[in-house]
Structures are given as structure tokens and as C-alpha cells.
Ligand binder design. Structure first.
Ligand SMILES: [Zn+2]
Length: 371
């Protein structure tokens, strides 16, 4: 399912909005039309009130976009390709190719976003104070501008502080790791930063449990805890698999099976060959139409083994990866496409097959060797 749509391009980067963002476009204007201090509850007629509330929402999310563009601009100067920026319900995500393990680059890229937010916040706050001191906020138009400035200043300062919480997946987590990387190996630095992030998450959760008005802290704590664990897992994998190519891990002899084979026949073959996955070919055209593994046939009752055909249980999605791709990219591809096996290609012909099990086993063995 397509969950985001592109709304434009800035600095050559596609800007997208996620489906969850539609909720923001309803919820935020609603809140701003009810709030009297920074919102527009006192404004009549109602259409003007809603128009102002919607404008404020769009301005706020433009600030989130500017924050992400701040990260992206610095990243691009380090030669990192930015694939897209997506606005989601809780903020923005800049999808970029892997940041090099250079603490300086990571530090600068991570701090750029919060600095953009801080700058906007401070400038808008100064303008807000300036308008207030002239005593002209009684004029409606000036009053609206003043409220825009006040809200934008407030939200940007919140964005600045929130993003600098020293925990993954916040920017502050990356800054912290960069700080550690200058002093120790990358994986160890990540683990340190992850542990501090988890500690923060636990403190936030406890705070959320004790203070009734801070219940939403529990949600953020959960989000941080998961984000921190994922960063650790991912770094472990990419560090361990560093320099290893798909061709180093793949199984070279491939046993093809026809799609009209029965499960009993397939089981016999599996027992004989002891492979994990088998590409399935169409019995007439010889074209690859799927992949079948032992997991796919587990659900078939024993009594049906003679009747059910491979084509009924196989995974129809087949993904390919070049032989010289990095092993970590194979892992990324499997999780992105939700498949357990990839067929390996070299110069247009299939030369092997690689499975998630092959990869995790290598991570275990290599990780053990490194300790
Ligand atoms: Zn950021």
C-alpha cells in the first residue's frame, strides 16, 4: 500500500506527507480554534477562525520541514544522498543513505536540525516581544501575527529541547554517540549511547506513571526504548558484516523445483538436498515464479501432502540482489520487502541464493570471533 504522497521538491529532495499526517490537518486546526491564548478562539466569523488555525498548523509543520532540511543540507555537503523527507504525525523523517562512521559528520548532521529549530524559535520570540512592546497588538491583523509568532516560537523551542534528549532515535542520541566515537570503537560507542537512551526512557516512563498530567511521557518513553534497541541491533549487524559481500555467504548450488510438485515430493527433495530455500519454476515456461521453504509447508496437514502442490504454498514474491552487494544490504532488503530469501544474480544469471538464516548465523559467528 502506498502510504505517502509527494507534495513537492526542495533542494532536489522529494517532500512527502504520510497518511497519518491527515489527522494532524484536522486535529491541530481544531485545537487552535479552541485555544484563546495562542489560538484563535475569540476570532469571528468562524470561517476566519478556522482559516487562521489551519494557517498556523501549516506554518508549524513548515518549521518541522525546515528542521529536516537543516539535517539534509549538512548531510548533502558530506556527499550523502537524501532520498526523501516525509512528514508524519509526530514530526519529520529524512531518509538518507548511510551516514559515514565519521563522528564529525554525524555530530554536525545531527545538530543541524535542532539548530534550525532554535534559530526560528529565538527569532520569532524576539519578533513577538517586539510587537508586544509597541502596544499595537489591539489591531486584529497585528494580533493574529503576534499569536502566530508566539506559537511558532514556542513549538520550535520545544522541538529544539525534545530533539536534544540524549537518546536514540532523537538527534541528541546521535550527538552522544558521535561524542563517544571519538573515544572508543563505533559499536561500543553505540552501546553506551543506547544504554543512556534506555535509562532516559525508563526515567520518563516512571515520571509518566507518577504524574497524572504527564501520562503521554509513557508513550514517548516507549518510542525511545524501541528506537534505542533498534539502533543497537542495526549497528551490531552492520559493524559485524562490514566488508562481507553477498557472494561470501550465499549457497551456490541451487535446486530448482517445478510448481506442480506435490508437498510429499518436495519433502523428499528437501531431505536429500538439505537446502533451506528452493526457487520454483513454472512447469511449462521454466520461468521462476516463486520460492518455497520448509516454513511454507509446515501449515499443510500430513494427510494432504500428496494433493497440495508447491505453487499453492510458495511465496510468490521473488527478490534479486547482485553478488557483489554488501551483506548488510541483503539484510536491509529482506526486512524492507519482508522476504526470507533472495536470489543472487551476476551478469543477468542466477548464481546463488541467500537466506536470512545464513545472515544471522554469520553475524553470530563473526560477532563471537570479535569478542
Ligand atoms: Zn532532527
Amino acid at each position: 500500500m502506498k502510504t505517502s504522497i509527494q507534495i513537492g521538491k526542495v533542494m532536489g529532495i522529494p517532500i512527502k506527507i504520510h497518511i497519518s499526517f491527515l489527522l494532524v490537518l484536522v486535529l491541530f486546526p481544531y485545537v487552535f480554534s479552541k485555544d484563546a491564548e495562542f489560538g484563535f478562539a475569540d476570532v469571528t466569523p468562524a470561517p476566519l477562525r478556522y482559516a487562521l488555525a489551519l494557517t498556523l498548523t501549516i506554518l508549524l509543520f513548515s518549521c518541522v520541514l525546515l528542521h529536516e532540511l537543516g539535517h539534509s543540507w549538512v548531510a548533502m555537503r558530506y556527499g550523502i544522498k537524501i532520498r526523501s523527507i516525509t512528514l508524519i504525525i509526530l514530526g519529520g523523517i529524512a531518509a538518507m543513505d548511510e551516514v559515514p562512521r565519521d563522528p564529525r559528520a554525524e555530530m554536525r548532521i545531527s545538530i543541524a536540525g535542532p539548530l534550525v529549530s532554535l534559530t526560528i524559535g529565538v527569532l520569532c520570540y524576539l519578533a513577538y516581544l517586539g510587537l508586544g512592546s509597541y502596544g499595537i497588538v489591539q489591531i486584529p491583523t497585528i494580533s493574529y501575527i503576534s499569536r502566530f509568532l508566539g506559537s511558532i516560537a514556542y513549538i520550535n523551542i520545544v522541538l529544539f529541547v525534545f530533539n536534544l534528549i540524549p537518546a536514540f532515535p532523537m538527534d541528541g542520541g546521535r550527538v552522544l554517540r558521535a561524542w563517544y566515537v571519538k573515544r572508543m570503537p563505533y559499536l561500543q560507542a553505540t552501546r553506551k549511547a543506547v544504554n543512556i537512551g534506555k535509562m532516559f526512557a525508563i526515567i520518563m516512563a516512571v515520571f509518566g506513571l507518577l504524574v497524572p498530567s504527564a501520562v503521554w511521557f509513557i508513550l514517548i518513553a516507549f518510542f525511545i526504548y524501541i528506537g534505542a534497541s533498534e539502533e543497537e541491533k542495526y549497528t551490531e549487524m552492520s559493524v559485524t558484516l562490514e566488508g562481507i559481500k553477498v557472494r561470501d555467504l550465499m549457497t551456490r548450488e541451487i535446486a530448482y523445483v517445478q510448481d506442480n510438485l506435490t508437498i510429499s515430493e518436495l519433502l523428499r527433495l528437501m531431505f536429500e538436498k538439505k537446502h533451506l530455500g528452493y526457487p520454483v519454476v513454472d512447469q511449462f515456461t521454466g520461468k521462476i515464479v516463486g520460492i518455497v521453504t520448509f516454513t511454507d509447508i509446515r501449515g499443510v496437514p500430513m494427510s494432504e501432502h500428496g494433493n497440495v502442490l508447491v505453487r499453492e504454498v510458495m511465496a510468490k514474491k521473488v527478490s534479486f540482489i547482485p553478488e557483489d552487494a554488501d551483506a548488510v544490504d541483503a539484510l536491509k532488503m529482506m526486512s524492507a520487502e519482508n522476504v526470507g530469501q533472495l536470489l543472487v544474480q551476476d551478469n543477468g544469471s542466477i548464481t546463488g541464493i541467500v537466506s536470512g538464516t545464513d545472515l544471522t548465523r554469520s553475524i553470530e559467528v563473526l560477532g563471537y570471533r570479535e569478542q
